[in-house]
Ligand binder design. Sequence first.
Ligand code: SF4
Length: 210
Amino acid sequence: MYSIKEIFYTLQGEGINAGRPAVFCRFSGCNLWTGREQDRKAATCSFCDTDFVGTNGIGGGKFATAEKLSQAIADCWPRSGGGKKLTVLTGGEPMLQVDSAIIDALHGNDFEIAIETNGTIAVLPDIDWICVSPKAGSELVQKSGSELKLVYPQPDFDPEQFRQLAFKNFMLQPMDNDHQAANIKAATQYCLEHPQWRLSLQTHKIIGIP
Ligand code: SF4
């Protein structure tokens, strides 16, 4: 049984794949915050801006089998076809639920599979694109992948500590809070001074899509 908050077709807004059409599948639940406001201050991850509680979003629900979930994702892809089909498994923390059955089912439906994870749980190796976004105060288990996407700045979290990890791309993403303009400036400056890093902007928020 998979608990899914929402499934929707959009453009990937962040990271290296920004601008690429994809079906997002948001898994319910996270291991670093309950998702309830009254628990935010005590949470390991306290700056989350995503609603991952429950199964009541568009396309969300309980899916009894991997095939049914995979079909729901496939039904969102436009019938006009063209291009490699991409799904982004996100959350919450998707690795609390993602298993080899859903990976096999999605590959069976000709999807390239990306995952967005906080890196506290090892990712299944058959996943095609692994994006890890580490959170201060949690243990990083997944230390390799396609993309390390660091929200910046985070107190007590220096990007320098990640630069030796086995990721193909290193992305710095300004934190979206009341200091966003200053965060963008700081992240831009950091990338200019440390060219291993590239700036990742949340373009979906800029253009007003989910
Ligand atoms: S790890 Fe991700 S989903 Fe979980 S609380 Fe933090 S930002 Fe939100």
